[in-house]
Design a protein around this ligand. Sequence first.
Ligand code: R5P
Length: 303
Amino acid sequence: MERERGIVFGFGGGEPAAAQVAKELGWRLGRAEHHRFPDGESLVRVLDPVGGARQTVVVCPLDRPDEKTVPLVFLGRTLRELGAGRVGLVAPYLAYMRQDKRFRPGESLSNRLYADMLSSAFDWVTTVDPHLHRIAGLESLFRVPARVQHATAPLGVWIARNVENPFLIGPDDESRQWVAAVAAHAGARYAVLEKVRRGDRDVEIRMPAGFDLAGRTPVLVDDIISTGRTMIETVRLLRAQGSANPVCVGVHAVFAGNAWEDLKAAGAGRIVTTDAIPHPTNAISLAPLLAEGVREMAARVSA
Ligand code: R5P
């Protein structure tokens, strides 16, 4: 008898994305439970049989990683113990990638430690636009096959369809290539700013020489909106120069604390994110991209 092709589980906020990915792939949607005991410990339980499928996939956005990762690792390893074929992780957002060097002596290299932990529970990993500025590639962090996907096309298409006369603005020189790719998909011009971060919430933004919006709608694009300070300071600067309310577009809606409210209060126009992390600002679906990543990894790591 033909083996079932695959099962998709959603976990830690990844349930809606898992349902869409399962639909795109024509795979079964599995169910898992997570119970948190009063003392903070976790118990996970797989509710559907997994033994017959070639591939099992868990979709879990890894924002708030400290509370999600222990049960996620338990789930990956439990699926294997229950006889699942290859167990892959689709982490639309992958945490800890920004701590990619010892900025001060003695600090942890969190990106490597975190990738190592996930490698113990999954046979492959995919993620969308992780912060890899000083890293050769995701494969150099993980002990299992790992693949990066880019949201540049869905972002660019959304901007082209929804913003009249857009001019894209990236936060810093490190983002230049990525912003250029979004701008190409949007059919728009772009510029990148100069950013100095002095602390978690202390960011200074400078305009490059010759910066000119030429009457276009500013569209700030960034991979992560975390404290929101990068976008807030940019919005303030542009507003002070008399620009229209900038449209803010991010891949990962982390929005720590009051970041969303503060960004609105600073004078942002529409604030839009992908559904990599569930948030009221989500307007750009990544399901087709995630499903494409699963197809590729399933072909590469066949069971
Ligand atoms: C940094 O290099 C990233 O690309 C983002 O610009 C940064 O993570 C945004 O963080 P925040 O919202 O805290 O300013």
